[in-house]
Design a protein around this ligand. Structure first.
Ligand code: IPM
Ligand code: MG
Length: 375
């Protein structure tokens, strides 16, 4: 296929995607459901260790609901790098079918093959799931009380640099081109979610983050549409920053507490949320929600940390991040009291359990024991 034909195919696919977005199914009404099925996916590397911890905690926290059949925590196997390489699929078909039968997903980190890993170039399972389940908003809270910081990031999750991240072309030995996609429907639904969140939480201010001075078409559209959405929320103060100065502002204690809600395109959101999580105490401490209309998937903000397993330090993986994600999941399904109980226990664990990556402190098992005792 020539690169012109390739480009033509990509454009047609994106036009079809926009049509699908317009016909997206409605969100489930958890309050009216007899049973909610939570799919629990271990993932790779430290995934099984932190997921075991989180499952044990949820089994205790939700014991009554599980016994009454109102909640099922269903383990979904096969989203492992070995199985994905064997099937040469980012998410093997049978695994995807099982996932789609659940209402909510709690997912451990999965390994993404990169250049130099000596693995086939399969797409990231995360990216594939976000696309397949149309999980358009990646919602990531970062809270640092001692600095007065209370941030909520709304990262676009299906387009931008990720939409065609593995569909770029090597035009020749000299030239490689990747593509970035921004759509009106994709931007509006994210902006809507962010402004609704800001409104529901006392009209917090909203900052739009782009590099629209350089990425004129894609980020230009994103910025313009977000400002247009802002007009529907006149009581909310809206401003924007370029992503470079935004990353500097976040670590500037003179101004960082003034930010509340951020709206970001996919790649900037990826980078900025790691920076913010590090300020909070490390990527191991931050949860992440991938919200769509029909599905929602909750995960740790960090990766699978294969190195910790290879070096025999797996027991020092920190389950805090996936447990924070579980708090977000409980809130999403309307289990507010359970969410509060778990959140308080996690706050207490942050004070009392000291997991350090070099292995000189507590273990994942110590963390689990502490949280089980606190709920
Ligand atoms: C994240 C991760 C993923 C991403 C990777 C694992 C594909 O870094 O969720 O932030 O880039 O989105
Ligand atoms: Mg990331």
């Amino acid at each position: 296929m020539s690169y012109l034909e390739h480009f033509d195919t990509l454009v047609k696919e994106q036009i079809e995607r926009v049509e699908r977005m317009k016909n997206a199914p409605a969100a489930p009404d958890f309050a009216s459901m007899d049973k909610v099925v939570i799919g629990a996916i271990d993932g790779d590397g430290i995934g099984p260790i932190i997921m075991d911890s989180c499952r044990e905690i949820l089994n205790k926290l939700l014991a009554d609901e599980i016994a009454a059949g109102r909640i099922e925590i269903r383990t979904i196997k096969g989203l492992t790098i070995e199985n994905r390489v064997a099937k040469l699929q980012a998410v093997p078909d049978d695994v995807l079918a099982e996932i789609k039968e659940c209402d909510l997903l709690l997912k451990g980190p999965t390994m993404t093959p990169g250049k130099g890993d000596n693995l086939p170039n399969i797409e990231s399972a995360n990216v594939k799931l976000r696309k397949e389940l149309d999980l358009f908003a990646n919602v990531r809270p970062v809270v640092i009380p001692e600095k007065g910081i209370d941030w909520m990031f709304f990262r676009e999750n299906t387009e931008g640099e990720y939409a065609l991240g593995n569909r770029g072309v090597d035009i020749s030995d000299d030239i490689s081109i990747d593509f970035k996609v921004t759509t009106t429907a994709g931007t509006k639904r994210l902006a809507r979610a962010a402004f609704e969140h800001a409104k529901a939480n006392g009209n917090k201010n909203v900052t739009i983050v782009t590099k629209a001075n350089i990425m004129k078409k894609t980020d230009g559209k994103f910025l313009e549409l977000c400002y247009e959405m802002a007009k529907e929320y006149p009581e909310i103060k809206t401003n924007d920053r370029y992503v470079d100065i935004c990353s500097a502002n976040l670590i500037n204690d003179m101004v960082n507490k003034d930010f509340n809600v951020f709206i970001l395109p996919n790649l900037y959101g990826d980078i900025i949320t790691d920076e913010a999580a590090q300020m909070q105490g490390g990527v191991g401490t931050a949860g992440s929600a991938n919200m769509g209309s029909r599905y929602a998937m909750f995960e740790a903000i960090h990766g699978s940390a294969e190195r910790m397993i290879k070096e025999g330090r797996g027991q020092f993986a920190n389950p805090a991040s996936i447990c924070r994600a579980a708090v977000m999941m409980l809130r999403h399904m309307g289990a507010m009291e359970k969410a509060d109980i778990l959140e308080k226990a996690l706050d207490a664990a942050a004070e009392n359990v000291n997991i350090v990556r070099d292995g000189s402190g507590d273990t994942a098992a110590d963390f689990t024991k502490f949280v089980l005792g606190a709920i």
